[in-house]
Design a protein around this ligand. Structure first.
Ligand SMILES: *Cc1c(COP(=O)(O)O)cnc(C)c1O
Length: 393
């Protein structure tokens, strides 16, 4: 058996999403209309934050968070090398420098024990990533950040619905950033994102820069970020002003309408992932040389990905051979998440060297991610388990 259930990441759509698409299509498919407003308020409620603003993707969510914090050339931002490049690119595209902090060997999240040593006077933000769906050690990170008065931006793109000590992923930092890319736990037609925050000023700046810093004075309050009461509807005139030069990172209403349906299902979809992870745990627990994911105490891990670490001596085959066999002989699209960012040309040319972050580099040689998604049947998980066991010899 080699069905598509075994080979894909991502979410699942149903007739509800189909109906939502058609409904908004028949309303002329606007951008940033009522569906976006509804999606935002429901998403904020889900995360337990005061505000949420939908954006075009997770990269825009991270970038607008950096813009809202005023990140500029000369500033430095700390993150982990074990993430998608969007995390580190957000400050760099604003002219700031990135300092990487190596990851914890068990959770693969930013190692809070090494965080404080990386802080410099120019450090203006810390971006922990809730890698694979499990929250970073936020108490430790937030305590250090607070001591140095540095805002924390959570990259929660892997962790919608994840939690840390009862707090939702994305709700603990100054902002939380989400992606609804096709591979994420919920999706808005392949692309989409959200910024959540409790801070009204940060929210206003995210909202303004998302849409050209447009401020409409007068009758039309549609793009007013805050206080539409200040511009009474009975005024017969309105005028448009731009506070600054901004961007267009808006979401469409069709995407938001799909997002609303996905959000209704997110707990169920995440539970499928958690159940599938438990099934994989059970099927793989006795494979010699394979370390399965560790769920830390007081975390809700939502298994965006299911990482396994190979012990090269015990497992019997290298990561390369394992990946080759799985992909080409078994038809299973196992992944690398990620090649450490400081190995990339983008960061090599910014002065990073191999050898700087040994734990992340060890992961590059030993960690692969097995397919996990809410569509997997037990039969497809059995096929996956069997394939891994065969590779292990
Ligand atoms: C997907 C992802 C992003 C970027 O999201 P896009 O919607 O693809 O722009 C950022 N960080 C992490 C960790 C991601 O997985």
């Amino acid at each position: 058996m080699n069905d598509e259930l075994t080979i894909k990441f991502g979410s699942q759509y149903g007739p509800e999403e189909e109906a939502a698409v058609l409904r908004v299509l028949r309303e002329n498919a606007p951008t940033s209309g009522n569906a976006c407003v509804d999606f935002e308020s429901q998403f904020a409620e889900y995360c337990g934050t005061k505000y949420a603003r939908c954006v075009s993707n997770g990269t825009a969510a991270l970038f607008l968070s950096m813009v809202a914090l005023g990140i500029k050339p000369g500033d430095r931002v700390i993150t982990t090398p074990m993430t998608w490049i969007a995390t580190a690119a957000a400050p760099v595209t604003l002219g700031a420098k990135v300092d990487f902090v190596d990851v914890d060997p068990v959770t693969f999240n930013l190692d809070a024990d090494q965080l404080e040593a990386a802080i410099r006077p120019e450090t203006k933000a810390i971006i922990p990533v809730h890698l694979y769906g499990q929250c970073a050690d936020m108490d430790a990170i937030l305590t250090i950040a607070k001591r140095h008065n540095i805002p924390v931006v959570e990259d929660a793109c892997h962790a919608i619905g994840g939690a840390y000590k009862g707090r939702m992923a994305g709700s603990m930092g100054t902002t939380g950033c989400f992606s609804f890319h096709e591979q994420k736990n919920i999706s808005t037609l392949g692309e989409g994102g959200m910024v959540v925050t409790d801070d009204p000023e940060i929210f206003e700046r995210v909202s303004l820069y998302r849409s050209h810093c447009t401020r409409v004075h007068g009758g039309n309050t549609k793009y007013c970020a805050l206080d539409p009461e200040n511009f009474p509807m009975d005024k017969k005139f309105w005028w448009q002003d731009f506070d600054d030069t901004g961007y267009n990172y808006r979401m469409t209403d069709i995407q938001a309408a799909v997002g609303i349906e996905q959000l209704k299902k997110v707990e169920k979809l995440n539970q499928c992932r958690i159940d599938n992870a438990a099934y994989l745990d059970e099927g793989l627990k006795d494979v010699v040389g394979l370390t399965l994911p560790t769920v830390m105490a007081e975390r809700k891990h939502v298994f965006h990905l299911y990482p396994v670490r190979i012990d090269l001596d015990l497992f019997g085959v290298t990561k390369e051979d394992f990946v080759y066999t799985m992909r080409h002989e078994k038809g299973i699209q196992i992944g690398f998440h990620y090649i450490p960012l400081h190995w990339s040309t983008a960061f090599q040319k910014r002065g990073f060297k191999r050898g700087q972050f040994p734990v992340a580099e060890g992961m590059a040689e030993t960690v692969v991610t097995l397919p996990i998604n809410p569509r997997q049947s037990h039969a497809s998980l059995d096929y996956l388990i069997d394939a891994v066991r065969t590779c292990a010899g």
